[in-house]
Design a protein around this ligand. Structure first.
Ligand code: ZN
Length: 336
């Protein structure tokens, strides 16, 4: 689609370009907020700011039913609604600036990757997960706190209550397990570490998680009836289930000290705080509870067996100590 046609379809009418001062001021505010919330970006501060300073930014007449800031991939321009207050940096502004930062092209100008989303000849994979990760970072950058959200018949905690709350909650679950540094570097700087960490952790289930995010975003865009809502809810529950079971089953096999068990059970409890519940006939159901009891049981058993082993080794040390003393004593008899 030609760019003029696309803009018309979206309801964006380009007006004057922002002045150099206006651009630099908004770019600096966005950079500062990102670096304040994500220390891992500190070393890239100048690079981020310089890149954003150069972004083509325009005022535009924008239809009320779409966002007041839009990054358009076809012409790499950021459009701000004419009545926007650029002193007040919102998560929407940061969100679109991140899309500008993560735009990675092939030599022929075609999109290669945007953060967690990969483009190839046949398909686009990871669009949903990237969108959720960008929103997570944007919400955290404006220091919004988690709040309880009710969406369809789901009740969950998220830092993005009004924009993609369900997908952002799933990203928050992943962050609780894998940490956020790699995610931030992947989303903002197109680095590959997160992808490796994600695939190594979730292995055979990694692709299902990515696909479920893509399906949720797809359903979100075409939502018209209750059936689609039900589909989103069951996709959410399924994804939460895969994330939890794959991660904790895998980690259970890898832990071998008392500290490891302790850390993993803390992680399990922390994870449970972010899991979503389904409301059925006024009652709240959390599908993760059963797995949590199962895992807690496993962790308790592991802890007991590690303590037993530890006391055996402790005993062995005492014996060796005694044995040494006896040997020293015997040696002393033969001293000249
Ligand atoms: Zn987006």
């Amino acid at each position: 689609m030609k760019i003029e046609k696309k803009l018309k379809k979206l309801g964006i009418e380009e007006k004057q370009e922002l002045t150099k001062e206006e651009k630099e001021s908004v770019a600096q505010k966005v950079t500062d907020l990102l670096v304040e919330s994500f220390k891992i970006l500190e070393q890239d501060k100048n690079e981020i700011q310089n890149k954003l300073n150069q972004a083509p930014m325009f005022y535009a007449k924008i239809q009320k039913n779409i966002s007041n800031v839009n990054y358009i991939y076809e012409n790499s321009k950021i459009y701000f609604s004419e009545d926007i207050n650029l002193n007040q940096i919102t998560d929407t502004i940061i969100h679109e600036f991140i899309h500008y930062l993560q735009d990675l092209r092939k030599r022929n100008g075609k999109l290669k990757r945007i953060g967690l989303c990969n483009f190839n000849e046949l398909s686009i994979k990871g669009l949903g997960m990237n969108e959720a990760a960008v929103q997570y970072i944007s919400s955290k950058a404006i220091k919004r706190q988690q709040s309880l959200v009710k969406k369809y018949n789901l009740v969950l905690k998220t830092i993005s209550p009004s924009y993609y709350p369900i997908m952002t909650n799933l990203i928050e679950q992943i962050v609780a397990l894998l940490g956020e540094n790699e995610l931030v570097k992947a989303v903002i700087k197109n680095e590959q570490d997160f992808s490796n960490l994600f695939f190594n952790t979730f292995e055979g289930n990694a692709q299902s998680i990515i696909n479920n995010f893509d399906n949720i975003i797809q359903l979100n865009n075409e939502i018209k009836n209750d059936k689609k809502q039900e589909e989103i809810v069951s996709l959410y529950i399924e994804t939460q289930d895969i994330i939890m079971k794959t991660y904790f089953e895998k980690m259970l096999k890898l832990i071998d000290t008392v500290e490891d068990v302790d850390n993993l059970s803390k992680k399990l409890n922390k994870f449970m705080q972010i899991t979503g519940k389904v409301e059925i006939n006024g009652y709240m159901h959390n599908n993760c509870e059963i797995f949590k009891s199962y895992m807690t049981n496993k962790l308790d058993k592991k802890m007991i067996s590690l303590y037993k082993e530890k006391s055996k080794t402790a005993l062995a040390i005492v014996y060796t100590g005694r044995l040494n003393k006896i040997i020293q004593k015997i040696k002393s008899y033969f001293r000249v």
